[in-house]
Design a protein around this ligand. Structure first.
Ligand code: PXL
Length: 284
């Protein structure tokens, strides 16, 4: 049986993020993606202007119609939300479709590089925390992890080249496990470890048993959709039974290959990563 995931995220025409990143990744990994758009945008919000059609009022129709279809789901995966009011609707959706073995993945899309995205308000942050507290697996980047744990990003990253920095990041995030979350994946942690000649990107997988990492070299700056691509690989991998660390390692290899080409072609960061030619890397 093909496993099936509801992907609750926005549809942005340009920027290779959210659903346009999630659907190809999940499909190529052999899992069915059922999109539930949280908003439809002309382009992602990092560009200087955009038009957004908020889908908050549409979510209940999806819940009702998919209930009539008798839909069963192996995973529910949420990302960018069109409004803070969507969280209660998504929780109602989960109440309907989340069985004992349905994994809830929450990518708490709120910001990057120490800054929040245009959609962010303190209430959006509070609502995102409610969603996170219901999840099995969360995939924040370091900025989002700081927002979830009330940690000062600048203060934390001031220690990034100290040998025990990853332990510090682990200690910051670990209290989130007490909410019933089984796996925290923190993405995009820049660190120069004792055996590294230059700083690298570390992705951490934190569980009750400790933490593991998958790292790669840093190529260029931060590109639109990177976090969405990583979270999508983790979602599809874990839904089909792969371990979290294997999925994160697979995602890291895939992203590094795509980033090398993206930097070589001087793609503007808002346009996203040239990931399409590297989708075959997700097959093995
Ligand atoms: O990749 C995160 C993201 C998702 N969706 C929209 C965004 C962003 C980041 O800027 O603007 C619409």
């Amino acid at each position: 049986m093909v496993k099936r995931v509801a992907v609750i995220n926005d549809l942005s025409g340009l920027g290779k993020c959210s659903l346009t990143a999630a659907i190809p990744v999940i499909s190529v990994m052999g899992v069915q993606a059922c999109p539930l758009p949280t908003a439809v945008l002309t382009n992602q919000t990092g560009y200087e202007s955009y038009y957004c059609d908020d889908y908050t009022d549409k979510i209940d129709y999806y819940t009702e119609e998919w209930k009539k279809r008798g839909l069963t789901l192996d995973g529910i995966y949420t990302g960018y939300l069109g409004s803070e009011a969507q969280v209660q609707k998504i929780l109602a959706f989960c109440k309907e479709f989340r069985r004992k073995d349905t994994l809830l993945f929450v990518d708490p899309v709120m910001g990057d590089l120490g800054r929040v995205y245009a959609i962010y308000t303190p209430e959006y942050g509070r609502q995102m925390r409610t969603l996170v507290n219901n999840a099995d697996v969360i995939t924040p980047n370091l900025t989002e992890c700081c927002l979830l744990t009330n940690t000062d990003y600048a203060e934390l990253t001031a220690h990034q080249n100290e040998p025990d920095y990853l332990n510090r990041v682990d200690a910051m995030a670990r209290p989130l496990l007490s909410f019933g979350i089984s796996t925290i994946v923190i993405t995009g942690v820049i660190h120069r470890g004792i055996t590294d000649t230059v700083a690298k990107y570390y992705n951490l997988v934190i569980t009750e048993d400790g933490f593991q990492t998958a790292s790669c070299d840093i190529h260029g700056g931060s590109y639109s959709g990177t976090g969405d691509l990583l979270a999508s690989v983790v979602c599809a991998g874990m839904v089909r039974g792969d371990t979290a660390i294997d999925s994160v390692a697979r995602a890291t290899r895939f992203l590094e290959a795509a980033l090398i080409e993206t930097v070589a072609e001087k793609i503007p960061r808002n346009d996203g990563i040239n990931f399409e030619p590297y989708l075959p890397l997700l097959l093995d």
